[in-house]
Design a protein around this ligand. Sequence first.
Ligand code: BGC
Length: 764
Amino acid sequence: MGKYITSIVYAVAVILLTACGSPSSGTSGDGKWQSFSGDKRIEQRVDSVLKLMTLEEKIGQMTQFSANWSITGPVMSDDFQPYLEKGLIGSIFNATSVEGIRRMQQIAVEETRLGIPILFGQDVIHGYKTIFPIPLAEACSWDLEMMQRTAEIAAIEAASDGINWTFAPMVDIGRDARWGRVMEGAGEDPYLGSKVAEARVVGFQGGRDVNSLRELTTLLATGKHLAAYGAAESGRDYNPAELSEHTLRNVYLPPYQAAHEAGAATFMASFNEINGVPATADRWLMTEILRNEWGFKGFVVSDYTGVNELVPHGVAKDEKHAAELAVNAGIDMDMTGATFIKHLTESVEEGKVSEKSIDTAVRRILEMKFLLGLFDDPYRYLDEERAKQNTMTPEFMETARKAVASSVVLLKNDNQVLPVTKESGKTVALVGPLMNDSINLNGEWAGLGDRNKSVPILKGLTEKYEGSTVKLIYAEGASITGTTPAKIAEAVAAARRADIVIAAMGEDFNWSGEAAVRTDIRLPEPQRELLKALKETGKPVVLVTLSGRPLDLSWEDETMDAILQAWFPGTQGGHGIADVIAGDYNPSGRLVMSFPRNIGQIPIYYNQKNTGRPVDLNDESVDYKSNYLDTSITPLYPFGYGLSYTTFEISNAQIDKKTLKTEDDKITVTANVRNAGEVDGEIVVQLYTRQLVASVTRPVKELKGFQKVALQAGKSKQVTFELASEDLAFYGIDMQKKTEPGNMKLWVAQHAADNSNEIDFWIE
Ligand code: BGC
């Protein structure tokens, strides 16, 4: 150990001395490195460490291992301890707990030649210990401030446990409900997806200022998965994405770019290929677009064994070749695959990879360690007491409960069967496999959330109605995948004794998430059988659906009296859902993915193209139109849709002028919004546009703005949107982003299929 301490003293002295020496340009090495922070002092410190490193130690910094086998796939790396002991690891993930992290950090810092601290990562996706609704659900709140806050809380909890890097937010556009990872994103829309990406990056990183990364309550964020991971053919995970550059740039790339512009410190390459090139080997994507076009200066990590997978993809002949392709494309760190550490030294010696590019990657990684303050105190995150104090606090619970209530989307509510108020005096039969369940509530990617601690809906409702005039009877009726005549009979008997039935049905939590793809997205047959039997009692039936994706609810839409889409709501699920059912919270969620009428419509999304033979929705005859023989082309529930316990009206939409110049111009759009019902509520007012003629075809509608407005019963308010020329820019025939002249329409709407407030205008 003594010799190591001597080395550390030496290394630290050199770092400090060099830092005080003559100012460097910050672009040393191959002249290409530009620091993330732009901070000259940090650049000097990075360079002074780099100078001490052997080639192998440098490549070690570009290597990440998982502390265990993890849920996400096969660990192809060797046991990492020998690497750790030789100072050949840059980052470890899944290490969880102050104690575990301290042990590993100690080896890296006190027992290796240079003592370079380790970066600890984790998938902190929708909470760490306090689990918030799945990201797809949270996005349905359209409440950016709330999403920023839940990311902040997740960061506080995780950073208190010694984590300093999260592999989130996932900002992949999701147009295909079969794909299980839609649960992790913000849905189908590039504009909303970009806003959510920004809110989540700023939340995790504690602001836009790089200095906030030094706080003990923040994490480095990761924009993932670059790119178009959600465009996998047939919704099958890891499958190729075949898509034009127009669609890539106009639809899929904007949220990643927004994550970068919000200051995301890192990016993760996606597993899939686009048009024949796997992202991990795609220099165009990782270097030309991400770095040269957008100006990203942080570092890029591969996905889990993503580098090794270049071999089965069929672009690398072996893992050494894979490592070369990846690093030459612009991947700075290899997640768990150990390809860099095993092969890159040889590749450099053979001239297949330049040492300059290794230096650049290492600088990017070292800079983050400096920004986090790890070189000043590698143990600064590690404090058991702080971890206890910052975990599942009453404030975090309260935020989680509100997040649940505002993420729930009311899809149907015939005869106002909901809410069931405390004063209603009703007897309510509570049934279904997810009514008294806590295990599924957190959904997938639920960090370290304790599934036993999540509040079941039954518990939430029991506490809600305690001491009120409402009586509750519970009978499970079915499990997620099975039932028996006796179970159904018991639930039916409960329904007969009740005035109303509330059935919590849906998916198992691991039917969505990674590698969780479904080709039948209806409720499982036994659950539908139960619903049918309940409906036959003649009692009104409210369906509460829990799922990680939009389901095909066509049959339920015809049969049920009310449908409340509750997703996977997390730790406070039962409480938040009870708040909505009892009417203490008026539902304000709006869908961020279209719900299909059946799986055959998928992919289905509102911002589709018109085609040369569009269907007249008032006359859906099938004669040589872009139509289906056996169903409508419209979704069951459109993007932006959701009901409330009150009704809203939008009227008198106006613009201040009819023409807009292609550059440096703007129009102001106003409209009147009225709460026309009897209870207070919130509406998401949505601004859509359409360009009728352009150099390339444009979507039939595009979201360009939204405002969530709270209005008391009977009250009105004027909403104002400003639309600038550049808000209407897109990549046209010459693949340049600009605003083109053309005829335009806009709508101030309640959802994507609402055409009631339409205005024509022109871009000149
Ligand atoms: C996923 C990533 C995740 C990584 C580490 C992969 O399988 O695709 O999103 O961050 O595992 O858990």
